[in-house]
Design a protein around this ligand. Structure first.
Ligand code: SAM
Length: 242
């Protein structure tokens, strides 16, 4: 049934600290240490297409859930916010498995870089996988988009952050990584693990080992009751980058 009159162009691509889906927060704004870039692709890499955008602190990014789109869509979903215990309709959730696999995130615009044919938006706080295709960018308008009186349904507030501890070995490797790259890896790990990225069915397990790929490291961690322990950092050279 593909006689649809709609066709969308990819205007850009995301380069992000999140190299795998596991660990990405469920919404933007939760992991404030997350850094990413939106690179415009030709012919959209022209500065006049973003003229005026520098005055906005936040933008809306419309993107494709490219890594899950082949799995199709589901009419109902068990939202992680309900511990996977209840089903909600796809249009009442922000699930990735939608009839049209389009995502929408409001993210912080930290800066704009251009030169040598490249046009890049420097972003923070996004919930986007490395390699995500972007189909549109719009400025965030506080007077129209910020609605403090709005009701949050079954997801009124973000979850409370859990404590994250580091083994001596992991902390040494983090400090070395930070001084080599200038990236704030320790805060990133604290925020990523602190929001408990485990699917609901694994939340009861303790001492189970997990790995989360951030930048070019695999963070090896375990849950320890009410907190998480970072055991080690390993090099990550994932092949699932794009
Ligand atoms: N803020 C967006 C929205 O509301 O449309 C995305 C919400 S969705 C619940 C967030 C999750 O999407 C992340 O936790 C991550 O697992 C997943 N995700 C991010 N980028 C993706 C991509 N390119 N393909 C598939 N899944 C992606």
């Amino acid at each position: 049934m593909s006689n649809s009159p709609f066709q969308f162009e990819q205007v850009g691509i995301i380069h992000s600290c999140y190299r795998q889906k596991f660990g990405i927060p469920r919404q933007p704004g939760i992991v404030t240490a997350a850094e990413s870039e939106l690179e415009f692709l030709p012919p959209y890499n022209q500065e006049n297409l973003i003229r005026g955008l520098e005055g906005f602190s936040h933008i809306w990014v419309h993107f494709i859930f490219h890594q899950t789109m082949d799995e199709g869509w589901r009419p109902t979903i068990r939202p992680p916010r309900l511990d996977g215990k209840k089903r909600m309709g796809v249009f009442a959730t922000r699930s990735t498995h939608r009839p049209n696999p389009i995502g929408l995130s409001v993210v912080k615009l930290k800066g704009i870089e251009s030169g040598n044919g490249k046009l890049i938006l420097k972003l923070a706080e996004a919930d986007l996988l490395d390699g995500t295709p972007v189909i549109d960018v719009k400025p965030y308008l506080p007077y129209a988009d910020a609605l403090p009186e709005a009701k949050g349904g079954f997801a009124p507030l973000p979850s409370v952050m859990a404590e994250v501890e580091f083994s001596e070995q992991a902390m040494d490797k983090c400090l070395a990584y930070e001084s080599k790259t200038g990236r704030t890896l320790i805060t990133l790990i604290r925020q990523v693990l602190g929001q408990d990225p485990r699917p609901a069915y694994l939340r009861e397990s303790t001492h189970r080992r997990h790995g989360s790929a951030l930048w070019d490291v695999n963070v090896v961690w375990e849950s320890r009751g009410d907190h998480f322990l970072v055991m080690d950092l390993e090099p990550y050279s994932g092949t699932d980058r794009y």
